[in-house]
Design a protein around this ligand. Structure first.
Ligand code: LP5
Ligand code: MN
Length: 267
């Protein structure tokens, strides 16, 4: 019998903030792609100008990722790498895999000077303990997705997939995206993060806050005696425009910066 994921303690990554960090930004679900240039430009501008000491990317930075070797021939991915590289020279940039870009590998990250962040990870920041996740693993009621996730996160599946020629991997990813979009068009109601699992994760980690993305439903929910903060996705190429940064200050001030052009709130 396999263990109940709701009550199983997760394997935790850890990130200890240096004493000098005053501001940490969290972003996720930008789904960067060549056909969405306004979103890319907003991200580029934000990365070049944020006053934060760290930008932690909680998954789905990329619309899709079929292997680090794709960057060799894709000018758009090279531009994204350039933005990461420039930013990582100035501040701490960390990347957690999402359900679209779980194949981003150590080679790409080290080429860009970006730190890997496992899912979930506990941020130790002074007295604060903040748990970070992409969020897809918490959407337990989506059992078809959880089965798919278990398969594609296995080392065997990934080794086999990554040995396929690039064009074949791209075709498989397109088919998978089409399958996922058709499920969305058919009006499927998506599962939210499971409340018991989220609470147990926080207890196991000694955290009173969880921050995650994936569901594209930005909100702050009570979670036991703490809170669950859900990040927004980004899109400046399709209405409604959305691009939010979750900014945390040392000592516990949390704000959401809205970077959509109409707000005049450009960093
Ligand atoms: O991503 P989004 O928001 O549309 O929906 C997600 C879940 N979908 C996914 C799939 C991604 O969109 C595409 C993955 C790209 C990875 C590229 C590299 C690997 C290629 C792999 C090729 C096999 O994550 C969606 C959730 C939703 O979030 C809400 O949480 O419901 O889950 C699904 O759509 C998965 C299905 O429910 C189960 C799929 C069963 C497999 C069917 C195979 C169909 C044929 C595909 C051809 C390879
Ligand atoms: Mn996601």
């Amino acid at each position: 019998m396999s263990a109940d994921p709701r009550t199983t303690a997760p394997t935790l990554g850890r990130l200890t903030a240096p004493a000098a960090w005053q501001t940490v930004d969290l972003i996720s679900d930008l789904h960067l792609q060549a056909s969405e240039p306004a979103t890319f430009e907003a991200w580029r501008h934000y990365m070049a100008s944020t006053p934060a000491d760290a930008v932690l990317i909680l998954g789905d930075l990329f619309e899709v990722w079929v292997g680090d070797d794709a960057t060799e021939t894709d000018p758009f991915l090279q531009s994204c790498a350039q933005v990461l590289r420039h930013t990582a020279q100035r501040l701490h940039v960390a990347f957690m895999q999402g359900n679209r870009d779980f194949l981003v590998g150590p080679r790409f990250l080290s080429d860009c000077g970006v730190h890997a962040l496992s899912d979930p990870s506990l941020l130790h920041w002074g007295e604060q303990r903040i748990l970070l996740s992409h969020g897809d693993a918490l959407c337990l009621d989506d059992s078809a997705y959880q089965a798919f996730r278990q398969q594609v996160r296995s080392a065997d599946w990934q080794t086999e997939f990554l040995t396929k020629p690039l064009q074949e991997r791209m075709a498989l990813a397109r088919a998978m995206r089409a399958q996922s979009e058709s499920q969305k068009q058919s009006g499927a109601v998506y599962a939210d993060a499971d409340a018991l699992m989220a609470l147990n994760w926080c207890h196991a980690a000694g955290a009173d806050r969880l921050v995650h993305g994936h569901t594209h439903q930005p909100a702050d929910h009570p979670l036991g005696s703490g809170q669950r903060h859900v990040l927004s996705d980004w899109s400046l190429d399709h209405a409604p425009a959305r691009a939010q940064v979750f900014r945390m200050q040392r000592g516990g001030d949390f704000t959401r910066l809205d970077l959509t052009p109409t707000t005049h709130n450009i960093l």
